[in-house]
Design a protein. Structure first.
Length: 203
């Protein structure tokens, strides 16, 4: 776990240094759908609430990756290194500006260090919100236990569809009060030229 250069911690929040939400997620320039989603989401939230709080990012990296990130990236986490999870938990707990942790979760991110990831959830003293990007129906005993353990360690769970929420309730026995549904949304795209589209389809 590293801290980008020239980004010293300020333990005393103020009006000029508002409280932070820390996103733990893959992040551009890493090529990943969740990375792009997180960047778009942060931009949208900042457009609306930038005076109320600040959003920073802990970017997930596999062991061989190193990227040059935009300024909102405060930390990185090498997901294949167990000790990095412990260091990150310690750093989060010591940073008084960070008030909430939001984790964009995909099982593939943490597959090589599932135990270290779970220990991170237990070690962090701030409220954790987790966004499940994949919710598999009819889990086996092991998968059900993993999801239940994650749910127990988090303050709230966000899913993007009613179906996912229903699966968490019925197949994983997650309490309904912990689950919130926030639809994914879609990118705005420019209107296509109708004439060109018709020519292209006919050709």
């Amino acid at each position: 776990m590293t801290t980008p250069k020239n980004k010293a911690l300020n333990p005393n929040p103020s009006k000029n240094n508002p409280s932070e939400i820390l996103f733990i997620t893959s992040y551009p320039p890493r090529e990943c759908g969740i990375a792009t989603y997180s960047q778009d989401l942060i931009k949208a939230i900042n457009n609306k609430f930038s005076h109320s709080f600040s959003i920073k990012v802990c970017a997930l990296e596999s062991n061989g990756d190193t990227f040059s990130y935009p300024e909102e990236v405060k930390y990185t986490l090498k997901t294949s290194l167990a000790q990095d999870y412990e260091k990150l938990a310690y750093t989060i707990n010591k940073d008084n500006r960070i008030k909430t942790i939001l984790i964009q979760h995909e099982f593939g991110f943490f597959r090589s260090q599932e135990q270290a990831f779970h220990q991170l959830l237990l070690a962090v003293s701030k409220p954790i919100v987790i966004v499940f990007h994949t919710v598999l129906p009819h889990p086996d005993k092991l998968l059900k236990e993993k999801v239940q353990n994650i749910a127990a360690a988090c303050k709230s769970i966000i899913v993007m569809t009613k179906t996912s929420a229903k699966i968490l309730l019925q197949d994983y026995d997650v309490a309904s009060k912990k689950i919130a549904i926030i639809p994914h949304g879609t990118h705005l795209v420019p209107r296509l030229n109708k004439t060109k589209t018709e020519v292209s389809t006919k050709g």
